[in-house]
Design a protein around this ligand. Structure first.
Ligand code: DAT
Ligand code: MG
Length: 148
């Protein structure tokens, strides 16, 4: 089953949005494989956002993502990578549809509440970057027979 990396950013943690965001993924039918509250180091931030190192907003992005704790998660389920991106909404909350996480909770691109992997390749990379193998749990959920 597919897995993706999702992270509530420091603004979402400070604004008490962790519970709401977890609830959305749970009620959609996805299964939590791992989660932790953590402080991202400068080094991890620069590696995670490496693809943006040439962008003018890179410094600001690294400062922001290290400015307070994040809630890192791995979610599992059918087509979870693309579906999580849909549930998050467009990168700029001004463009994000209502009923998406960014559409409901954000106003600016610099503080857009949530991160989610954008492809199979980045999901694998980001899960390995943030989680040890033993921090991820394989288990059965009875709800699965009512989801699939
Ligand atoms: P996403 O987070 O939707 O995958 P991205 O990978 O293009 O978006 O950019 C990573 C983060 O960088 C994004 O969540 C917020 C920030 N960002 C993107 N474009 C920006 C811009 N033009 N100005 C400031 N921050 C920006
Ligand atoms: Mg991205």
């Amino acid at each position: 089953m597919e897995r993706t990396f999702v992270m509530v950013k420091p603004d979402g943690v400070q604004r008490n949005l962790v519970g709401d965001i977890v609830a959305r993924f749970e009620s959609k039918g996805f299964k939590l494989a791992g989660a932790k509250l953590m402080q991202i180091s400068q080094n991890l931030a620069e590696t995670h956002y490496g693809e943006h190192s040439d962008k003018p907003f890179f410094g600001e992005l690294v400062d922001f993502i290290t400015s307070g704790p994040v809630f890192a998660m791995v979610w599992e389920g059918e087509n979870v990578i693309a579906t999580a991106r849909k549930m998050m909404g467009a990168t700029n909350p001004q463009d994000a549809d209502v009923a998406t996480i960014r559409g409901d909770f954000g106003l600016t691109v610099g503080k857009n509440v949530i991160h989610g992997s954008d492809s199979e390749e980045s999901a694998k990379r980001e899960i390995e970057l943030f989680f040890l193998n033993e921090e991820l749990v394989d288990y059965q959920k009875n709800q699965d027979t009512w989801v699939y």
